[in-house]
Write a protein that binds this ligand. Structure first.
Ligand SMILES: [Zn+2]
Length: 422
């Protein structure tokens, strides 16, 4: 089945979607490569963003759309950089209000055993990866298959599913497997370009200052992009895909799509004083973390005494349009293990007297001898033994393939009953 995942806005906002006309001038449409557009040079952009391919956007976005995509992507980088580049908070973002609000108090993760600490490390890994991948790209491949393809061609259909069909879908991520898009693709929908609910991060920041309680009113193009980037499997930790989680906000409550600031916050705090470890699979939680962090720094919310433990939101029962193929929370199987590239350092301890977890940029999956994709877990044998990690997954031409297939050779460790590879 084709996987489509989108950022859909709350249904009660639908009335606004018709208020702005869709921009009428379509971009040039032909199959030739287009290397120059009004203000832009394709080569320069592909060099600036080694993890993104702009070729389709150059063909199918109109001038205004292309401007918006490029401005958004550049500014999103500033937003994604901030948790790593803020001198006051470097390496300490786990102890900020933003983390607390969208992933749950870090103390909760620490107090529930080693597995939860590994899960928290997966979040850190994903934050590092999404910050680096758009600019740095894949660590070892310059293939177009390892780039995120941008397009405005929302009219394209994928196996009969129309993209952007809800009218309140901001953007949609399409996995390459079995779809007419051969690569990981983010399609930007009319709503992204016309909604009056979205503004540039810069304009929000220059606008009227609000308190942290109004973060939900500060949505930006950059946050929408961050949400979609989380869905791209070549960026984030596998074998578990980061999706739009359907979950419960209270025990026995209704299944809801965990979209939107309020739901993400409540979901993160549902199991208090334990962490709700499923947040690590939900794209929207990551995107709100980045946006909140930005305003926390720019407007000094923490210094003003921001507190994530505010009352629950009142929009819990609002239905959202669904255009994706979500899985129920009960079907969520956790990815396990420390991500490759992340290590715990017990000395020196951090300012909260906990071990420092540090994740290096890994730059995506790696390639088997037969040209298939191997997940991070394939990089080293399981638990210091000689066996291949049970979580090592080989994907050939978009299909999960048994490791015994010769095409998958190149993983570390041995299969049961086989000697270890040389
Ligand atoms: Zn999504």
């Amino acid at each position: 089945m084709v996987r489509l995942e989108s950022l859909v806005f709350f249904a009660q906002l639908a009335a606004f979607t018709t208020a702005s006309p869709v921009q009428s001038t379509q971009g040039p449409q032909n199959n030739d490569a287009i290397s120059k557009r009004e203000n832009w040079n394709l080569d320069d952009l592909n060099k600036e963003f080694k993890g993104i391919l702009w070729d389709n956007a150059f063909k199918d976005c109109n001038a205004g759309q292309l401007d918006k995509l490029i401005y958004t992507t550049r500014a999103a980088m500033s937003m994604l950089d901030l948790p790593f580049g803020d001198p006051e908070k470097k390496k300490e973002y786990k102890y900020t209000q933003g983390w607390n609000r969208y992933f749950g108090d870090y103390q909760w993760w620490l107090s529930n055993g080693f597995q939860d600490i590994e899960y928290a490390t997966q979040i850190e890994h994903n934050l590092v990866q999404v910050q680096k991948y758009p600019r740095e790209g894949h660590s070892s491949s310059t293939s177009n298959a390892k780039k995120i393809h941008f397009t405005c061609n929302y009219k394209a259909q994928v196996d009969g599913e129309k993209l952007c069909s809800s009218g309140i879908t901001g953007a949609i991520t399409v996995a390459p497997q079995g779809s007419s898009f051969e690569r990981w693709t983010i399609a930007f929908c009319p709503y992204f370009f016309t909604s009056d609910k979205l503004k540039y991060l810069e304009d929000r920041t220059k606008g009227e200052k609000t308190t942290f309680a109004h973060i939900g009113d500060l949505d930006t193009y950059e946050r929408v992009l961050a949400h979609e980037l989380m869905h791209v499997d070549i960026v984030s930790y596998k074998p578990r895909h980061i999706e739009d989680v359907i979950g419960k906000l209270t025990p026995g409550g209704a299944d809801l799509q965990i979209y939107g600031e309020g739901r993400c916050r409540d979901y993160a705090r549902r199991d208090r004083p334990k962490a709700n470890t499923a947040v690590r699979h939900n794209a929207d939680n990551y995107s709100w973390f980045f946006l909140y962090y930005w305003f926390d720094v720019k407007w000094e919310w923490s210094k003003a005494g921001a507190n994530a433990d505010e009352p629950k939101t009142n929009n819990q029962n609002v239905e959202v349009a669904s255009t994706s193929f979500p899985k129920n929370e009960r079907d969520l199987q956790g990815s396990t293990g420390m991500p490759y590239g992340c290590t715990r350092h017990f000395l020196p301890l951090d300012s909260h007297f906990h071990p420092v977890v540090k994740c290096d940029y890994v730059g995506g999956d790696f390639t088997s001898k037969g040209g298939c994709d191997l997940t991070d877990q394939c990089r080293k044998p399981f638990a210091n033994g000689n066996a291949v990690d049970p979580a090592c997954v080989c994907t050939c031409d978009g299909k999960q393939t048994p490791l015994r297939d010769d095409k998958c050779a190149g993983f570390a460790g041995a299969l049961p009953g086989r000697p270890s590879p040389p």
